[in-house]
Design a protein around this ligand. Structure first.
Ligand code: ADP
Ligand code: MG
Length: 729
């Protein structure tokens, strides 16, 4: 092995689980203790300030400056009581990662002394340089400032020695430059639209929140091996690597026993998560070797998104303590499953009702049916936008690769609900439904919960599936900020519910009775949105053909999928719901294209580097050994003997030469294509060029490199192999 690989493997075999002690405390004893939550607020705030924040959290009122001073002082006192020295605004720029800039509390004062101070101003607003974050051309050249502004609906928390304050991030001219601002607006839109619709059924509903429970998949790899794989370090995935003889084909990893080193890691990051009030509760092995999943109890969506982002950061930092690196990339290894992040989504009322949970009484069932059918209709109307919301260079490796839902958007309802919708469709004749039919329908839905509970009616191959009391958007990538797709889902649902209310009111104005009007409109939607429903195997080729017949799009790469972001329909939808204006949405589209281009560009450069600095030298080295061996044989053998014995070695030498030549030639051609792409004058053309001209070289070069890996002496191969990286003890 190359010296580096030998040293790394020596580290790996010496690893033992990192001991962990929380003195046998139960989670309830420390849960949320690093969060400026209700308990801390009650202890540290005056009643007036406490009420002001509570109102802001629940009614969206603005916290006055005077009050902000008080809150800041109390937050500081609380944080200092826990040894905190710094604070930061914590926000979600469109680069995808979270951003933070730590400032000390201390301020120098006269006499060479210092005091600790944290003002209301510092809490409420900061001014980072917007030009250093993706802005899609929104920033004026002469006004580079952006603002971060406190989001009181997500509590401040302590991470390390720093008090972190969740904030939105907007430009000087007020356009949003982050994921959080439109998410908050979409939550406001759906609250309004859903509350209005709830009035048909229950006057006590005054607020509706969207709930999100994500399931985070990830891989672990030993840090010693990670440190000598430049591709993993810089792109998050292995650009080369021969599949191991034993991958996931025995299906022995899923829900298997968790290796001790890994469970020590899980315990540790869950502990940190619980201190931060992140309710992670589930952990298990996933399908691929070295792949795992964790999931929390669901929460209000804004908080759930913040918690997911924070947890990803926690997981990365804690992994290093355990000599692991955590891989959040959608496809770290070829040939085994990639990682996703299922987004379980529903709507809940202030009266404690889950609007997507079929009830036992006929009265609530029409309400359930209303929200259920409207969700299907919303996905039907904006399937392409949902597809765009999960598009990324990383996720392109998963979608449609027989391990993740296809790039075709469809909705899975399950047998019972499909039947119910079919019945409703047939039940109305001549614009009317008999009282018996109405009762029968409502009663049928009443039986659904029991049927769903047994869990058999599930389909794992659908990108958007109803799972009993929520929809599960499964196509989201593991490294994504779920704020993006959740903004789209809330927005399209809000628009749909507004339309629904208009449609029903129009009938009621014509003296159609309320239930009848609702049934009629639902029937209309069921008929209109039929083509988005699919109950079969989403991985099969038959579905691709069927979807094509139905006129559903199947766009397998990001540059094409992103087009839906700026369609007239999308722009109008976001604008009508007050979530993103044209300029903001167009900027987002630009940024998504640029991000795509940069990712492929980086991968392409690393491929070229690794090929010329690591792969080709290793291959030529081995070839040299072979050549010397053949030369030696020639010296000591008769020509007749030599001819027989040297044959296989000569073939190997030739094969290595051929592969090296192909790889080198393709690396040069790829570099040429990159240069051409870089010279194109707009983001769309560049992204397409990188997708269609540069990326195709990745596969063929990889094919030849992986073949070389199989030929070249293991002792000289420079990269840790899949069989070494994928097996954890
Ligand atoms: P699975 O889908 O793996 O069978 P569950 O159905 O128990 O598991 O839940 C998966 C995820 O769905 C969990 O993160 C859970 O918190 C979340 N979830 C459950 N109910 C809701 C809801 N009403 N809204 C949003 N998420 C939910
Ligand atoms: Mg699930």
């Amino acid at each position: 092995m190359s010296t580096r690989r030998v040293l790394a493997m020596q580290d790996v075999v010496k690893r033992t689980p990192v001991p962990f002690s929380n003195n046998n405390q139960q989670v309830s004893q420390y849960y949320g203790s690093n969060v400026f939550g209700l308990d801390a607020m009650r202890e540290f705030l005056s009643e007036e300030a406490f009420n002001s924040i509570q109102n802001s959290m629940h009614q969206g009122t603005i916290v006055e400056r005077k009050m902000a001073d008080q809150v800041a002082a109390c937050m500081k006192a609380w944080a200092q009581s826990k040894g905190v020295t710094h604070f930061t605004h914590w926000f979600q720029p469109l680069s995808g990662a979270t951003a933070e800039k730590h400032d000390g509390f201390f301020e120098p004062i006269e006499g060479g002394r210092a005091i600790e101070r944290f003002s209301g101003n510092a809490l409420v607003q900061q001014e980072p340089d917007a030009s250093s974050f993706p802005n899609g051309g929104i920033r004026n050249t002469f006004e580079a400032r952006g603002y971060t502004a406190w989001d009181p609906t997500s509590p401040a928390f302590i991470w390390g020695e720093t008090l972190c304050i969740p904030t939105i991030f907007i430009s000087y001219t007020g356009e949003s430059l982050d994921f959080k601002t439109p998410l908050l607006k979409s939550l406001h839109a759906i609250d309004k639209a859903a509350t209005d619709v709830c009035q048909y059924f229950d006057k006590n509903v005054t607020k509706v929140i969207a709930t999100l429970g994500w399931e985070q998949e990830y891989f672990l790899v030993d840090s010693a091996l990670y440190n000598i794989r430049y591709d993993l370090q810089q792109t998050g995935r292995t650009l080369f690597g021969h599949a191991p003889a034993k991958g996931q084909q025995l299906e022995d990893h899923y829900w298997g026993s968790i290796p001790e080193r890994v469970s020590a890691y899980m315990r540790d990051f869950e502990y940190e998560a619980h201190l931060l009030g992140i309710p992670v509760r589930t952990r298990h092995n996933e399908v691929a070797p070295a792949q795992f999943e964790c999931a929390p109890v669901f929460e209000e969506t804004n908080l759930a998104v913040d918690h997911n982002l924070l947890l990803m950061d926690v997981m990365e930092k804690v992994a290093i303590r355990h000599n692991f690196r955590v891989l959040m990339h959608e496809k770290p290894y070829a040939g085994v499953n990639g990682s996703g992040k299922h987004n379980n989504w529903s709507l809940a009322t202030n009266t404690g009702k889950n609007l997507l949970s079929p009830g036992k009484t006929p009265k609530t069932n029409l309400q359930f049916l209303t929200f259920f059918v409207n969700t299907v209709k919303a996905v039907y109307e904006h399937g392409d936008l949902l597809r765009a919301s999960i598009a990324s260079a990383n996720n392109d490796h998963r979608l449609g690769a027989n391990e993740a839902p296809p790039a075709i958007m469809s909705v899975f309802l399950g047998e019972q609900l499909s039947k119910t919708l079919d019945e409703l469709e047939k039940a109305i004749h001549n614009g009317k439904m008999s009282p018996e039919e109405k009762t029968a329908l409502k009663m049928n839905i009443g039986r659904i919960p029991d049927i769903l509970l047994d869990n058999t009616d599930r389909n794992r191959t659908s990108p958007f599936a109803f799972t009993g009391n929520k929809f599960e958007f499964r196509a989201v990538g593991s490294s994504a900020n779920c704020g993006g797709p959740m903004t789209v889902l809330n927005a399209i649902m809000a628009e749909q519910l507004v339309t629904f209310k208009k449609d029903v009111d129009a009938l009621m104005n014509k003296k159609v009775e309320k239930d009848e009007a609702i049934f009629q409109i639902l029937k209309k939607y069921i008929i209109e949105s039929k083509k988005i429903r699919f109950e079969g195997n989403g991985y099969g080729d038959a579905w691709k053909a069927e979807a094509k017949k139905r006129g559903l799009n199947n766009i397998s790469t990001t540059p094409g999928a992103l087009e839906a972001m700026i369609s007239k329909k999308t722009l109008a939808m976001f604008e009508s719901q007050g979530i993103l204006n044209h300029r903001e949405q167009e900027a987002r589209y630009e940024i998504a294209l640029e991000t795509y281009t940069k990712k492929i560009q980086i991968e392409s450069r690393i491929i070229a580097d690794m090929v010329s600095n690591q792969i080709i030298p290793a291959a030529l080295n081995y070839q040299k050994t072979l050549v010397e061996s053949v030369r030696g044989m020639k010296e000591i053998m008769t020509p007749a003997e030599f001819k027989v014995v040297a044959k296989s070695q000569l073939e190997l030498i030739k094969e290595i030469s051929e592969k090296v030549t192909v790889i080198k030639t393709e690396a040069d051609l790829m570099t040429e294509e990159r240069k051409k792409a870089n010279n194109l004058d707009n983001a769309k053309k560049q992204a397409h060029a990188y997708c269609e001209k540069v990326k195709p070289y990745f596969e063929s070069m990889r094919y030849n490199v992986d073949k070389l890996e199989g030929i070249v002496d293991d002792a000289t191969w420079p990269l840790p192999k899949y069989r070494e990286m994928l097996y954890l003890r």
